[in-house]
Design a protein around this ligand. Structure first.
Ligand code: SAM
Length: 303
């Protein structure tokens, strides 16, 4: 059950798409003074060493952040979202790895990206089922002085099923929430669980912002998931945005040659997200694609 370790995949093209969007939503939702609750259902370890054997073995960061980072040499010419995302990586590396501006030894996980926007009034609710990863997450968050609920009432992290954790935490008392649902999909059931979690969430907390990451594979569950999410969102009468990024031809499984494409389906997105993605994704896709079929797509609800 626990064979998936995100350390093999940290900083790949799928993380780039996901974390650019997480960063934009966190930035947007912390502009208003009102408190925000961030819920991460599948947290991973929060920070990844790109020099460790798992990352070195897979070389996946070479498909994403390590290919993109050289663009920082021309930082003043970058579109805003790509600029802000690369700045986030550069700042992390300078702060904790004493790296040079165009060097990445560390890569942030989603709890770290969110934590950088955490204000006194906000809350982080973080769930991770893998006991080893939870221990590493605890160490990593302590390392950046973001202690758990023992010391910092804003932060709660638990070794529980993220789908259960989500249900228990919505609607948040703040009534403003951003939920990232980012399973590994190593178990086929994850596709159905995601659709069910979003369906329930549309009843319990329809005004929340939800971002669902999924792998794009040439198999039915993967193709069906965004279609189901679109239907659920339309039935609930909420706005949505769907962004995909492909570096090459889509394959039937991860194992066949690595993941070539992924998507983020966002419910109740910030109204600025689509324009930020329109401005940044062409350069991201152009830089990361390995064949002529690589590229990005953006879809959004009407009106
Ligand atoms: N969100 C992380 C990020 O962006 O940095 C990456 C998460 S990784 C794709 C998925 C994580 O979910 C793995 O660390 C895995 O151990 C964990 N996991 C698997 N099943 C889970 C469940 N039912 N509830 C919570 N975590 C789970």
């Amino acid at each position: 059950m626990f064979s998936y370790r995100h350390a093999f995949h940290a900083g790949n093209h799928a993380d780039v798409l996901k974390h650019m969007i997480v960063l934009q939503i966190c930035q947007y939702m912390t502009q208003k003074e009102k408190p925000l609750t961030y819920i991460d259902t599948h947290a991973g370890v929060g920070m990844y060493q790109l020099t460790n054997p798992m990352a070195q073995k897979s070389g996946e960061a070479e498909t994403g952040i390590l290919k993109l980072l050289p663009l920082w040499a021309n930082k003043n010419a970058l579109p805003k979202l790509l600029h802000d995302y690369l700045k986030h990586i550069v700042d992390l590396n300078q702060k904790y790895a004493h790296a040079q501006p165009l060097e990445a030894k560390l890569y942030p996980g989603s709890p770290y990206v969110a934590s950088q926007h955490l204000r006194e009034v906000d809350r982080l609710r973080i769930f991770e089922l893998h006991p080893t990863d939870m221990r590493l997450l605890d160490d990593n968050l302590n390392h950046i002085n973001l202690a758990d609920s023992r010391d910092d009432k804003r932060v709660l992290f638990k070794t529980v099923d993220g789908f259960v954790g989500l249900k228990a935490n919505i609607p948040p008392t703040s009534r403003r929430g951003f939920v990232l649902i980012d399973p590994s999909y190593e178990i086929k059931d994850d596709y159905a669980k995601v659709a069910k979690a979003i369906k329930d969430a549309m009843i319990r907390f329809p005004t929340g912002t939800y971002a669902v990451w999924y792998p794009i594979l040439a198999r039915q569950e993967s193709t069906n998931l965004p279609i189901q999410l679109e239907r659920i969102a339309n039935e609930a009468g909420v706005k949505w945005l769907h962004a995909t990024l492909a570096v090459d031809k889509v394959l039937p499984t991860h194992a066949a040659g690595g993941l070539q494409a992924s998507g983020m389906f966002v419910i109740n997105p910030p109204y600025t997200l689509i324009d930020d993605l329109k401005a940044s994704l062409p350069l991201v896709a152009q830089t990361l694609k390995t064949s002529s079929v690589g590229g990005f797509e953006l879809f959004a609800s009407k009106g």
